[in-house]
Design a protein around this ligand. Structure first.
Ligand code: ADP
Ligand code: MG
Length: 383
């Protein structure tokens, strides 16, 4: 079947949307096993960061992963994955997602700084009661530290595509309003040619806009039975953010999308020098909400400055006494140095490889472990 996207010009000005519905005999989503939406009530709560880390963590668990970014309000997936200059290629039948990394065996993790190894903890994700989704009061998660070299099990591939990559410039997002945007989102959902993919994570705009309704309708009508696993809702401990997320939970209920669980981001703060945590906004909002709505609480994710360093500078996370010598080089107390390029270029190496040194990795291992369990049926998904 020839795609309606053949000869597609990505400029919104010249963009031609189909005037009629075309049946998708060979839908691009056919290669995808599980579809998970990532939702939040408002922007800036870390939805894209959570999406990215879920993807990296699932890949590290050996799953092939795709990220579909349809958030034009803050299209940060290309930046987080280092794909800003990527061009979307068109193949007969649809768009091709960008390859972030292939399925492969990663080299051993470079020796972690001794200060990390001393702090090593087991998986820090809070234990959740699977019968009611509540979590026993306990200390915030400690950063996980990679003490042992990884096994030689292959990681899964990661592909990603962002609606933002179709825009000639950032300001173009403003041009796409209302029905045009909605139609574009719908088309983007169905016309990306995913390779065989275990998990497709969809980073959505914040809130419950027309795009969400269109997204839900399209997914519910076009996905195969059992393919749409549901939504992960991201919140922060702030009450306002939590009340926004209540709307997301209600929205999912209304449109018939299951809530797989809630992740509370920016819950506590990891000091990258001393490893101690401070409490930024108070904790527990996400858990209380999850318990109120009878949905599963997947875990708390503390603020980790090294996550920012990893995605902004592409530098492998280093913990311990990190000090700048003023020349763009940072050394911990044992002299392990990280190179910061003054032109803003990233260090070489795969994001997924460097992410293994991030303290948040252990937290996400717990979260994705639960997700895989729920979605692949080892746990009762109803919280
Ligand atoms: N747990 C975290 N630790 C450190 N920085 C974080 C964390 N979560 C999000 N951030 C940072 O907060 C900012 C907003 O996150 P982002 O994922 O873009 O939010 P959203 O997609 O909800 O708008 C980004 O700069 C991101 O790197
Ligand atoms: Mg975002």
């Amino acid at each position: 079947m020839r795609s309606r996207l053949d000869n597609h010009n990505p400029s919104p000005k010249n963009h031609v949307l189909p005037s009629h519905n075309i049946l998708h005999e060979a839908m691009s989503l056919d290669n995808v096993k599980h579809i998970v939406l990532v939702l939040s009530g408002k922007g800036g709560v870390g939805k894209s960061s959570i999406t990215t880390q879920l993807a990296l963590s699932l890949s590290l668990a050996g799953k092939s992963v795709g990220i579909l970014d349809i958030d034009l309000t803050g299209p940060s997936i290309p930046r987080l994955l280092g794909l800003e200059s990527a061009k979307i290629t068109q193949a007969p039948g649809g768009w091709l997602p960008c390859e972030v990394h292939k399925e492969q065996v990663l080299p051993p993790i470079p020796t972690p700084p001794p200060s990390q190894a001393q702090n090593g903890t087991s998986n820090a994700t809070p234990a959740t009661n699977p019968t009611n989704g509540t979590t026993a009061p306990q200390q915030p998660p400690e950063p996980e530290v990679q003490a042992e070299p990884d096994t030689d099990a292959p990681i899964g591939s990661l592909h990603a595509i962002s609606l933002a990559l179709l825009l000639p410039s950032r300001s173009s997002a403003i041009v796409w309003r209302g029905p045009k945007k909605t139609a574009m989102v719908r088309q983007f959902l169905t016309d990306v040619l995913w390779p065989p993919t275990d998990y497709l994570l969809i980073d959505t705009p914040p809130g419950t806009s027309d795009e969400h309704i269109s997204l839900a309708e399209t997914l519910l009508s076009k996905s195969l039975p059992g393919q749409l696993s549901g939504a992960v809702i991201v919140t922060t401990p702030q009450a306002v953010a939590v009340s926004d997320v209540r709307k997301e939970v209600n929205f999912c209920g209304k449109v018939g999308i299951e809530v797989v669980g809630v992740v509370e981001n920016m819950s506590g703060f990891v000091c990258e020098c001393c490893g101690e945590e401070a409490n930024l906004f108070g904790k527990g909002g996400g858990e209380i909400m999850a318990s109120d709505f009878g949905v599963r609480f997947l875990g708390r994710v503390p603020v980790d400055g090294q996550w920012g360093v990893l995605v902004e500078e592409g530098r492998r996370p280093v913990y311990g006494k990190v000090e700048s010598n003023g020349e763009g080089r940072y050394a911990d107390e044992e002299g392990n140095v990280g190179e910061v390029d003054d032109k803003g270029r990233r260090e070489d190496g795969l994001l997924v490889d460097k992410y293994r040194s991030c303290a948040l990795r252990g937290v996400f291992e717990g979260i994705t472990g639960q997700l895989i369990g729920i979605i692949e049926g080892q746990l009762d998904g109803n919280g």
